[in-house]
Each structure stands twice: as C-alpha cells, then as structure tokens.
Design a protein around this ligand. Structure first.
Ligand SMILES: [Mg+2]
Length: 257
C-alpha cells in the first residue's frame, strides 16, 4: 500500500472536518453567500472555534485509529471505551444519537447493545444520522486487502452508536471505496457497491448508484433525518441497470434508464 495515500485518508478526514466546521448545519446557498467558495480554514462560525479546529468526526476517528494501533486490530470493546472517555472530556460537538448511545455505554451497555437500543427507540427521521460514517475511515487502512473483514469491522464500528442498516452499510461502502483508492482500483465506488449488494438497503444503493456513474450531485437527500421513511420506495438498480451492462464509465449524468 502507498503509505502517503494512507496518511492522506486520515489527513483528508481531519482537514475536511476542520474546513467544514465553521459552516456546519448551514445550507449550500448560505455558505456560498457568506464565503463564496470555502477553500480556506476560517475561524468562528458554527461552534465559534479558531480556524482549523476539528470536531467530533476527527475526535472519534482518532479513537478508532489509536485503538487499531494499540490493540493491533479491531476491538469494538476498546473503541467503545475510548468513545466513553472522549464523551467524558465534554467535547463541544457531539451528535444526538452518538451522545445517547455513549451515555448508555457509560452506564453498562455492551458495545453492541447501546447503539441498537437507541436505534430501536428512535423514530424514522431521527434514527440514521451520519455519526458513524464520518469517523469510520481509519478502518480502511489495515483492512484494505481483506474486504470481508473490512465490511464486518466497518459495520460493527457503526453499531456502537448507529445500528440502522443505512448507517452500517454506508460505513462498509465508504471504507470499501477508500480501500479501492488505496489499492489503485479503477472504479472504487462501483466495486464497493457491487461487493455489498444484495444485502444493502435499497435507499442507500439508489442514492449512491448515480455517483458510481460519475454524476455530481447538486444536492443529496438527507436520509434518516427528519424525512419520511422511504427505504423501500426506490427499486434497486433503477438508475443504472443499463450502464451496468455496458460501459460503466460512459454512463450519462442524470440519465434515467
Ligand atoms: Mg462534527
């Protein structure tokens, strides 16, 4: 593996987190109105922090990365313990589901109980946030050449706080994609989607298929966050069935097959 690319996975996560921190929760149009194209670290804004300050994304990714190193592999019990220690440090930024799950971990739930309990007791629209996918990238480095184990660890690391299949499979797809990039694969997202299919939720696959065909989204629907349930409303492969049979790279953006 190219170690520069591996470092880039971690630095990219941290830099993207810090770049977006001052505009978190703002719409694209509001960000453009205030900053134009935001490509420099700026201070204040959301969370009122100095320029370059990272948030919970990087904090939790660091928990995972340090655990991988010190435990010499994936250890969800150890990662859960590190999440609790971080929670006790009173970070300025922590997601709602993450806080609920870690609070349950702190009071005795096992690593695979807390997130499931929070998920099962959250209504649709508030049960599938991005709190696990935003931190999962470090797993792609040690397991880049073991897709089965990468899928398993990505899903289990999500389940610590986010047990919805849209979250667990979202982590698996992202990390398979990163692994593909680390290994120089030509179509990493395409390969990742093919690898997890047919088990992944329809809603997740339908959202990602256009991206695998080269479409650049002007916007992405929010999933599992204040939106009516639509997990099975879109047929899988509805957007890309034709191009999957022909030249995948030739798929026309926004084409509906
Ligand atoms: Mg954050």
């Amino acid at each position: 593996m190219d170690s520069d690319r591996a470092r880039g996975v971690l630095l990219g996560l941290a830099c993207g987190d810090a770049l977006g921190r001052p505009v978190e929760f703002k719409s694209a149009s509001a960000i453009t109105a205030e900053h134009g194209r935001l490509d420099e670290m700026v201070g204040h804004g959301t969370w009122n922090q100095p320029a370059g300050t990272v948030t919970d994304d990087t904090d939790q990714a660091r928990c995972i990365a340090q655990s991988l190193i010190e435990r010499r592999g994936f250890d969800p019990v150890d990662i859960a313990d590190r999440f609790v220690a971080w929670y006790d440090s009173e970070p300025f930024d922590i997601g709602r589901m993450t806080a609920k799950a870690i609070n349950r971990l702190k009071h005795g739930d096992a690593w695979d109980e807390a997130g499931r309990h929070v998920w099962e007791n959250s209504p649709e629209g508030e049960n599938a946030g991005n709190g696990s996918v935003m931190r999962c990238a470090p797993l792609a480095i040690p397991y880049a050449n073991d897709a089965d184990r990468l899928i398993e660890t990505s899903q289990q690391s999500s389940e610590i706080t986010h047990a919805d299949p849209r979250c667990t499979y979202g982590c698996a797809v992202l990390n398979l994609t990163i692994a593909g990039i680390l290994n120089g694969t030509a179509s990493p997202l395409r390969n990742a989607l093919d690898r997890v299919d047919p088990d992944a939720p329809n809603e997740l696959m339908a959202a990602l298929e256009p991206l695998a065909c080269g479409e650049t989204p002007g916007s992405l629907d929010t999933s599992g966050l204040r939106r009516p349930f639509a997990a099975n409303s879109t047929p899988r492969r509805a957007l890309c069935r034709e191009c999957r049979r022909s030249d995948r790279d030739g798929c026309e953006p926004r084409r509906r097959h």
